[in-house]
Design a protein around this ligand. Sequence first.
Ligand code: KG4
Ligand code: ZN
Length: 374
Amino acid sequence: MSMPLAWQKRGDAKPDLSHMTKPQAQSIVLGIESSCDEMAAAIIRGNRDVVASVVHGQDDVHRPYGGVVPELASRDHVRAISQVVDLTFERAGLSLKDLTGIAVTAGPGLVGSLLVGLSFGKALAYRLGVPVVGVHHLLGHLTAAELSAPDLVRPYIGLVVSGGHTAFYRVEETGAPALLGETRDDAAGEAFDKVAKLLGLGFPGGPAVSAAAREGDSKAVAFPRPMLKNPGLALSYSGLKTAVSIEVEKRGGKDALSEQEVADIAASFEAAATDVLVVKARRAINAEGLSSLAVVGGVAANRRLREEMERAGKKHDFDVTFPPIALCTDNAAMIAAAGARMLAEGCADALDLNAFSRVPLGQTPWRAPADASV
Ligand code: KG4
Ligand code: ZN
């Protein structure tokens, strides 16, 4: 059963739009994120003050299948979105008429999932007469770092490590990202998820592998460090996943593994997967002559990656920023923050704003050409 939306509760047949005629002292932007299997909403005041952030996950929906089922994800989003937005307003102590703009993830992601948030955001913007802006999901992830570390100064190296992406960017002073190198096959998060399956650790995979790894010996199995010997910043995770699969088979399959063996393989995989990121991050810092690194995306929640990257930063004298865990995995605070900045710069989208499954960071195919660079 859906909870009534905020305006229904207040009994307003029509929202009061009088505030739209006078300039706002401070912007209040609603962010909506629904690119994969999290339905999230957040409200930000100005550029930094996140007044409420709500994330509704779907682990129970996808667990029986061992991975995200797109059709089920979008159906669950449809069920959840009103309640998530309603709860966000409730926690913020604000109502719809307080909004000055709406920011919503337009891509990349699962189109069926994206369309739920996008349609809701556009409809709300139309009803309230406020501007709507489409946000690139990875720009959102990078903004999470800037949001949580005001002393993170551009230009810096942005490492995005998520379930769909693993890439190094140079984030210019203007905020424009330049791709420096990325995975040639699987994303790091995808590798965590697949290894979780191989080890029978269930779904979602990243946190499960990470938890098992805590009890294991990271030197138990000498997994390869892919692409380490190759110059440049390209990465690869499919070979590492295959190496784990071969190791499991060698020991008689996952059902034959003891708890300790599972922990050892998990820890050894985690070490290999994160070591390459640490080495290549240092390489990126040196190659670009920069001194700041921000690591964002779901895999940035990984404890070993956080510890090892921070250790490398201290040793080799570069600053390392990780957003707090809640801002690493998908959330709407990062979308609201990115959108609030864009709206403040006068960047907004038309109501025919559409969803895109694959979009390189830095591109916004949903925007009219004159503004398409933001
Ligand atoms: O950024 P995110 O929430 O969604 C995407 O944009 O893809 O990232 C999700 C990915 C998943 O693959 C998940 O397994 C991984 O992040 N992840 C982790 C951890 N928490 C989430 N991987 C390793 N260690 C973790 N603690
Ligand atoms: Zn993400």
